[in-house]
Design a protein. Structure first.
Length: 517
């Protein structure tokens, strides 16, 4: 579905009749859709003829037809088609029906079907370390309860607020903080179908002014890309819009580096709006660690402290607590309402992935590394456990190196770091960099690469200097803005890209990233 009201209505309609739903992001391929339909055992598909994105009509029903045609989807009996545009699409007689046709003669009343609190509300497929999608199963009672509570706690929700979460409903953020949390809390909210750079990169700021948005919740990736746009074109700078309606800003999806945090705080919040830097995951179903606005002193780059009832800790590989100031693995020691209930059709994988026996089988392993500050005990996420590099016996988080590169504020707009095998050091650091100027080549690229290596050596130490640096106009991202690190790892290793790249916002970018400096 496109990011329209009808997408949220479809999710809520499923919940009302007790039907478990599984939202598949509209940018996914036909093959990805087929795999999810088969795994979920779905009986119906809700889609649209087209979606509007960046001024273009993109087919959705065509992808559904292709996916169903790949085989194994015989469980699908009905395809509901929302006519987002007037353009015609293929309709299969006896299977496909438009929203208009489906609503003909229907009552405006629909009594909710009562279900138990543990009834599966939805399955959301997320990528695992093996590449095989995991169907994360959430419960009806616990998920909605925590979504509602965290709307109130994290965003200090008030009756006159206008709340805007920019996430797509295809991701967990769109489930918790677009489809369920705001509506359960009675919030007025903005739902946005477009992209932040169309028709220009000032779109977010113009919409905040137009709709008097008071709570704005977006991703660091979006913030960093808009920093680059604002610094290169004053016509789209946030100063051109009236942002005085804002009172709370939020960050979601990945740790926000301190430089982006400060830009967000100064240029969007005008140093008056607290930033709630929220740590959570698809599996947690809602916020775990986040500042409470007006109550928690803020530190750029830190998600600060756990919410009430969340027993977060940092442990070593045996599950023993580590001292503040020492890094380790983030765990949650006790259950909470919206935690993952199981992996759909794979309870053994659920247990081994999230409750490892070597930690006693009772701690939830988040999969992220973290460190607590020695003074306040604030949490800082250092990156995924599998994103820790071991270079000549030194363990370093990729996030730390990325933050150092982006701290070169006069030069670097974005950076992503991955490891590749190295005969000498075990692993070598490979950095993919987007500059605030054009993409360099030749001697200029070599000179800038040296400057960046020297900078990282100064910021972290010589051991953290990237062995390979590659430049591009952008990083390979999904249409939701998530960096596709698996592709970067393949590029770093010199492998031929055989993975599905249909979800990339700009597949052509891969060609730029081949040259190493």
């Amino acid at each position: 579905m496109p990011m329209t009201l009808e997408g949220v209505i479809a999710m809520q309609a499923c919940a009302r009749i007790g039907a478990t739903h599984s939202v598949v992001f509209g940018g996914f391929s036909a093959k990805a859709l087929q795999e999810r339909i088969i795994d979920a055992g779905a009986v119906a598909v809700v889609t649209a003829n087209f979606q509007m994105r960046g001024g273009k009509q993109l087919p959705l029903k065509g992808i559904v037809d292709e996916g169903l045609g790949l085989g194994g989807c015989e469980s699908i009996k009905t395809v509901f088609v929302f006519e987002r545009t007037t353009a015609a699409c293929n309709m299969v007689e006896g299977r496909d029906i438009t929203f208009t046709q489906a609503l003909e003669g229907q009552s405006t009343e629909c009594a909710p079907v009562m279900v138990g609190a543990e009834h599966p509300l939805f399955i959301l497929f997320t990528s695992g370390s093996t590449g095989k999608p995991k169907g994360v199963q959430h419960s009806t009672g616990g998920f909605v309860l925590w979504a509602k509570l965290t709307m109130d706690w994290t965003f200090d929700l008030r009756a006159d607020d206008v709340f805007w979460c920019t996430a797509d409903i295809g991701w967990i953020t769109g489930h918790a903080y677009v489809a369920y949390g705001p509506l359960a809390a009675g919030a007025t909210q903005i739902i946005f179908e477009g992209i932040p750079t169309y028709p220009n990169a000032g779109r977010f700021w113009q919409m905040i002014e137009r709709h008097k948005c008071s709570i704005f919740y977006t991703a660091p990736t979006a913030i960093r890309s808009l920093i680059k746009s604002a610094e290169s074109d004053e016509k789209v700078h946030p100063d051109r819009s009236d942002l005085s309606s804002l009172r709370i800003l939020g960050s979601v999806g990945e740790p926000i580096n301190p430089e982006a945090w400060m830009w967000y705080y100064k240029n969007i919040g005008h140093e008056k709006c607290p930033i709630v830097d929220t740590f959570w995951q698809t599996e947690t179903g809602g916020h775990m660690i986040t500042p409470l606005p007006g109550a928690t002193p803020l530190v750029p780059g830190s998600c600060t402290l756990p919410l009430p009832g969340i027993m977060a800790a940092i442990v070593d590989e045996a599950g023993h607590d580590v001292a503040n100031g020492s890094g380790g693995m983030l765990v949650i020691k006790r259950p909470w309402p919206s935690m993952i209930r199981t992996i759909w059709n794979d309870p053994a994988r659920f247990k081994s992935s999230y409750f490892p026996a070597e930690m006693g089988g009772t701690y939830y392993l988040a999969g992220d590394g973290a460190v607590r500050s020695a003074d306040r005990g604030y949490f800082r996420i250092t990156g995924r456990i599998d994103d820790v590099l071991n270079v000549s016996g030194h363990r370093m988080g990729t996030m730390e190196i990325e933050s150092a590169l982006v701290a070169k504020t006069d030069l670097v707009a974005e950076a992503a770091v991955v490891g590749r095998p190295d005969d000498l050091t075990g692993e070598a650091i490979c950095a993919f960099v987007v500059l605030k100027r054009g993409c360099p080549t030749g001697d200029e690229a070599k000179a800038i690469a040296k400057e960046l290596r020297d900078w990282v050596a100064k910021e972290i130490g010589p051991i953290a200097k990237p062995k390979d640096i590659r430049f591009g106009e952008n990083l390979p991202k999904t249409r939701s803005g998530k960096i596709m690190r698996r592709l970067l790892r393949s590029l770093a290793k010199g492998e031929t890209i055989t993975q599905d790249t249909s979800t990339l916002e700009n597949p052509a970018i891969l060609g730029q990233l081949g040259q190493t400096y």
